[in-house]
Design a protein around this ligand. Structure first.
Ligand code: ATP
Ligand code: MG
Ligand code: FE
Length: 338
């Protein structure tokens, strides 16, 4: 089974060809980061224009690199939400056009399910499963009783973890997206500021990062006013330690409450070295019975390979969209009913 997959929810245009849901024949990613950096974030109008310019090129490259033609493709999968509406529409329109022109089934994919399925390229999934999804727009713990069911058991009440990284990065003069640089600085610093760990001890699986962000910004501004320059590596390490502590602690508690066979770590922030190392340590110590799959570093950020992996599962479950498929910017998993 060959899936031709499209991803254009934010600032990456990506097209992939995936075999049987777990083999990457090609995964072309055109990033627009350079065009957005001078604005300090993604500008939706600029993003849409880039997607339009890139999508045909990416599609041709994905097919060429995979060494296949449209005749070999089984189905077309596409991210239809969540994301920027103008960006999503480019991928959705391209996928619809190709599905229609070549008489192929059209399979809708939730971008966040895609992030989870990035880990499918590491090993097979076992259920029930828990996913810690940490990205630019989301921070959530998702329980998966089966391969096709997603139930949120906890999520951020304000900023997403990646969003917090990008916002504090801005204060330190780091270009958008700041996560990778802050992660590198953190490795060289010490947690000397002891920023708050919001909701760490609360009996739920929700998160909050806006208090941490404010504490960080106030610390930097107050030092500025005193004419004092703080060590940026220690600031980064302190911020990261606070984020990682809360993510790890809540994840361990979620696994205490919901027995699973596997833990998945996925989303852009899953590339964070501090978080990966901390979960390795905590899982071995507190949940050795649960295997952990961390999305490959190269597939943590947005890409179409992950959409092809999730799309393959949706395809097997009979998920189909018509040519009236629309972008759903606010698409969300259901919250688990207790
Ligand atoms: P969503 O998936 O929620 O719709 P998105 O697609 O914009 O949002 P991703 O592409 O999954 O988000 O992730 C991008 C985010 O990951 C950015 O906020 C970026 O700063 C962050 N990030 C990338 N690498 C790292 C890292 N090593 N440490 C921390 N954060 C990181
Ligand atoms: Mg991105
Ligand atoms: Fe994403």
């Amino acid at each position: 089974t060959l899936i031709l997959a499209f991803e254009s929810s934010c600032d990456e245009t990506s097209v992939a060809v995936i075999e049987d849901g777990h083999k990457i024949l090609s995964n072309i990613v055109a990033t627009q980061i350079d065009s957005h950096q001078r604005f300090g974030g993604v500008v939706p109008e600029v993003a849409s224009r880039h997607h339009i310019e890139q999508i045909t090129k990416c599609t041709n490259e994905a097919l060429a690199q995979a060494g296949v033609s449209y005749n070999d493709i089984t189905a077309v999968a596409v991210t239809y939400g969540p994301g920027l509406v103008g960006s999503l529409l480019i991928g959705v329109t391209a996928a619809k056009t190709i599905a229609w022109a070549h008489g192929l089934p059209l399979v809708p994919v939730n971008h966040m399910a895609g992030h989870i399925y990035a880990a499918r390229f590491v090993d097979e999934f076992k259920y029930p499963q828990m996913a810690l999804l940490v990205s630019g727009g989301h921070t959530e713990l998702v329980y998966m009783p089966t391969e096709h069911e997603y139930q949120i058991i906890g999520e951020t009440r304000d900023d997403a973890a990646g969003e917090a990284y990008d916002k504090i990065g801005r204060v330190l003069g780091v270009n958008y997206p700041a996560g990778k640089t802050i992660d590198e600085w953190a490795a060289k610093g010490e947690d000397s500021f002891h920023f708050p760990r919001a909701m760490e001890k609360e009996a739920n699986y929700d998160f909050s990062f806006s208090g941490l962000k404010s504490a960080f910004i106030n610390t930097v501004h107050n030092a500025d006013q005193r004419g004092e320059e703080l060590n940026k590596e220690d600031l980064a390490a302190s911020f990261q330690q606070s984020v990682v502590d809360v993510l790890a602690e809540k994840t361990m508690r979620a696994l205490d409450r919901y027995p699973v066979k596997q833990l998945i770590l996925a989303g852009g922030v899953a590339a964070n070295h501090g978080l990966r190392a901390r979960l390795d340590h905590d899982m071995a110590k507190f949940h050795p019975e649960v295997t952990m799959l961390q999305a490959p570093l190269k597939l943590c950020g947005d890409n179409a390979a992950m959409i092809g992996a999730a799309g393959y599962v949706n395809y097997r479950h009979g998920d189909r969209a018509g040519l009236d498929l629309n972008a759903v910017p606010g698409l969300m998993f259901d919250r688990m009913k207790i």
